[in-house]
Ligand binder design. Sequence first.
Ligand SMILES: NC(=O)c1ccc[n+]([C@@H]2O[C@H](COP(=O)([O-])OP(=O)(O)OC[C@H]3O[C@@H](n4cnc5c(N)ncnc54)[C@H](OP(=O)(O)O)[C@@H]3O)[C@@H](O)[C@H]2O)c1
Length: 363
Amino acid sequence: MKQIPVIILGAGGVGQALLQQIVDGRSRAAERNRIQFNVVAVADRRSMTWEPQGMTDLQIISVIEAKRLGLPANPGQLPLPHLPGERPSNLDIIDFALAAGLEKAIIVDVTAESGMEPVYDRALEKGYGIVMANKKALAGPWSSAFKYFNHLQIRHESTVGGGQPVIATLRTLLDTHDPIRQIEGQLSGTLGFICGQLDRGVPFSQAVAEAKAKGFTEPDPREDLGGQDVMRKVMILGRMSGWPLEASDITVESLYPVELADLSVPKFMKAVAGLDEAMKERVDAAAAEGKVLRYVAELQEGQGTVGLKAISVASPLANLKYISFRTDRYDDEPLLIGGKGAGVEMTAAGVLGDMIDLVRETR
Ligand SMILES: NC(=O)c1ccc[n+]([C@@H]2O[C@H](COP(=O)([O-])OP(=O)(O)OC[C@H]3O[C@@H](n4cnc5c(N)ncnc54)[C@H](OP(=O)(O)O)[C@@H]3O)[C@@H](O)[C@H]2O)c1
């Protein structure tokens, strides 16, 4: 049995679902893959549980329960001795693991933080693997991001398409020398939901409010409506495909005007109603031509656009969850990947699949 130490950074929706899946999938991982994942650390913003022998399933469940109640991720543990009252930094956590003699550990980044690069670099330098659901470092400036692409010790399936095998498919196309010509798709479950509501005649502001109430958006819905998250996904797919893209190569349409950028969230939610009329005109104009509005990402020849487009209802793009690759081989008919992608369960499953893959391929 391969004993694999695992350090999980982030205990939000995806982190909690992942912890649960590690517990639920223990016997399957042992039977099918001869792997035992030993969760040695779980950290959130302000706290951490540290258990170099590997947490028991009971301890893992108590972390999940504590986080669901809005409590820190270290139920029952005293502050760690070396920095009383403070949570060790993520770099410190890697040093703890090294000092405890843990080898070939996997660092899982299920935060949404920028600035994780030093943590990744230290981990890689020490022979640890990394699984990311966090897109930020992969979509940062190419000069710092390039080293994380095609790295034997890095997996990041869940950065695009949640749990759908988008990255794995792209890897296979590239490995079998089928150059990517065009990528198209709807890369945001949140904006897909909002577009679906617009199809049904729901006003834009109400669709945004519903998406927020259902927990589909970030706490500040501008994070989704601004298109930056979709842009990051396009950058990741494009960079994997061989284009060293920068953010300036992608034209992004924001679904709110710059005047609303600095309002508080409650004021923004009220002000969105002012966009309803203009959005309804776009929906009606599209409908008059047998089309629907979709927030679509397109990438070709190293240039991309991300924004609302009127799409024929007969087009596969009118389907709300879909990505297509046009390649040398798939030239007349693109390769399509569709189905439920977003959501914490699917995303966590993508992360767990990456962890298993990393062990199978490198440990
Ligand atoms: N949700 C989805 O469906 C989905 C789909 C695809 C990809 N993703 C990506 O997956 C990641 C996690 O998403 P999520 O929905 O789980 O986010 P979330 O609920 O906001 O959770 C983020 C977690 O990260 C923790 N955190 C923040 N800064 C940290 C730090 N410096 N070190 C360690 N932990 C830190 C937070 O701590 P506190 O609990 O203390 O705040 C929180 O537990 C994001 O990058 C997201 O883009 C999510």
